[in-house]
Design a protein around this ligand. Structure first.
Ligand SMILES: *[C@@H]1O[C@H](CO)[C@@H](O)[C@H](O)[C@H]1NC(C)=O
Ligand SMILES: *[C@@H]1O[C@H](CO)[C@@H](O)[C@H](O)[C@H]1NC(C)=O
Ligand SMILES: *[C@@H]1O[C@H](CO)[C@@H](O)[C@H](O)[C@H]1NC(C)=O
Length: 356
């Protein structure tokens, strides 16, 4: 892209980028893919933030590349009642790290980025709400993003690791990512609480092929959100992806770290029966590049955010990608090589990364 710009534009761009990288290197809290000028203002404002920590310029470069190349719109299922109790904590922690985020349907006076749907709120209507939310995204945002994440207001998502998980794949393929459960279809379905992701092509099919045909996707308003979604995805040919890491550890899970990580106090029995892939309670539960947990209340959400983004281990080293590409390969190429090597690809029926 840069080669198509004029030399002057390149020079100006280089200069601005230089400043940005310098500022960003002081700032751990830059995640939005906002226009550059806004980013600069944000970075400068955050420069005075007590939470600011040192990070390498290369980290900032990688972050920008990832935001540009793996564009994610996150939508969070909430209600007017839960807006102040839960949604504002999602807004204060992980959601702004997505390229864009929308709450369906928060209290309109809250000031959160929210879309009101013309439907009744209530547990019985979650399937209806899900269909309407994805329809809204199809009509308004389809071409602006590569992937569309649905999460609950008590889901915690590590957005950088989500991009790592998605980057080997192509949004032009019909794909569906999440914590994979066994029942209802041959390929199972994705747990609602751990959050799930539709590729652009999957969203397109969902609305164009699925919602128009009640034989493929359940018509009407009632129904269990995540299982209906799974049946629908299966019937319209959207492939469920194995989201585990190369060592078979899960990256998306439907309970909190308190439930998955300790060696005792395992999740309920149904969970073990539902899991599509083997699951090890305790040390083996979770990937080092974990993507999501569920049943994370406001306090734990703030605590997790602190632990992941601010807490430092003195004497540790930071992971780099030197060994994942020929000398001189761009930072994004090296990251992509790493992402592919980190995916779980043992099953020959699995959807394949776009450029393996
Ligand atoms: C929505 O927010 C306004 C302003 O904070 C508040 O007065 C109102 O009670 C809220 N509505 C609900 C349903 O929580
Ligand atoms: C939502 O988060 C943004 C920062 O990302 C903040 O500026 C805004 O005040 C938050 N909104 C509410 C209602 O907490
Ligand atoms: C909302 O839904 C009702 C009933 O389904 C319909 O009569 C009404 O026109 C809808 N309003 C909007 C703004 O779409």
């Amino acid at each position: 892209m840069i080669s198509r710009r004029s030399p002057l534009a390149n020079c100006v761009l280089g200069f601005i980028t230089g400043i940005a990288v310098t500022l960003l290197s002081l700032d751990l809290y830059f995640y939005n893919a906002t226009p550059l000028t806004t980013s600069l203002i944000m970075a400068m404002e955050l420069g005075h933030d007590s939470r600011v920590d040192h990070t390498e310029p290369e980290d900032a470069e990688l972050r920008v590349e990832m935001q540009k190349n793996v564009r994610i719109l996150c939508w969070i299922m909430t209600t007017p009642y839960n807006t102040d109790k839960k949604a504002i904590h999602v807004n204060a922690t992980w959601a702004p790290r997505c390229n864009q985020y929308i709450f369906f349907s928060a209290n309109e006076s809250s000031g959160l980025p929210s879309v009101k749907l013309n439907i009744s709120d209530g547990r019985n209507y979650l399937w209806w709400k899900t269909k309407e939310a994805f329809k809204y995204l199809y009509e308004n945002e389809l071409d602006n993003y590569d992937y569309f994440l649905k999460a609950d207001d008590d889901t915690y998502v590590i957005v950088e690791n989500l991009r790592l998980m998605l980057m080997p794949y192509s949004p032009k393929d019909p794909l569906y990512f999440g914590c994979r459960f066994k029942p209802f279809t041959k390929q199972g379905y994705m747990s609602g609480g751990a959050g799930y992701i539709l590729s652009r092509e999957a969203l397109k099919r969902f609305v164009e092929d699925g919602l128009s045909d009640p034989k493929k996707c359940k018509a009407g308003n009632t129904g269990n959100e995540d299982s209906e979604m799974g049946k629908c995805m299966y019937k319209i040919g959207v492939k469920a992806v194995d989201t585990r890491d190369s060592r078979g550890r899960h990256r998306m899970l439907p309970f909190s770290p308190n439930t998955h990580v300790p060696s005792k106090g395992a999740p309920p029995k149904w969970f073990h029966q539902y899991m599509y892939y083997p699951y090890d309670q305790g040390d083996g539960c979770c990937s080092n590049y974990m993507v999501s947990f569920h049943y994370v209340g406001p306090n734990q959400m703030q605590a997790l955010d602190y632990i992941i983004y601010r807490l430092r281990l003195f004497g540790s080293y930071h992971e780099h990608f030197q060994n994942y590409g020929i000398k001189g390969a761009s930072i994004f190429t090296r990251a992509k090589n790493f992402a592919m090597s980190y995916s779980h690809l043992s099953d020959p029926d699995d959807p394949k990364p776009a450029s393996a």
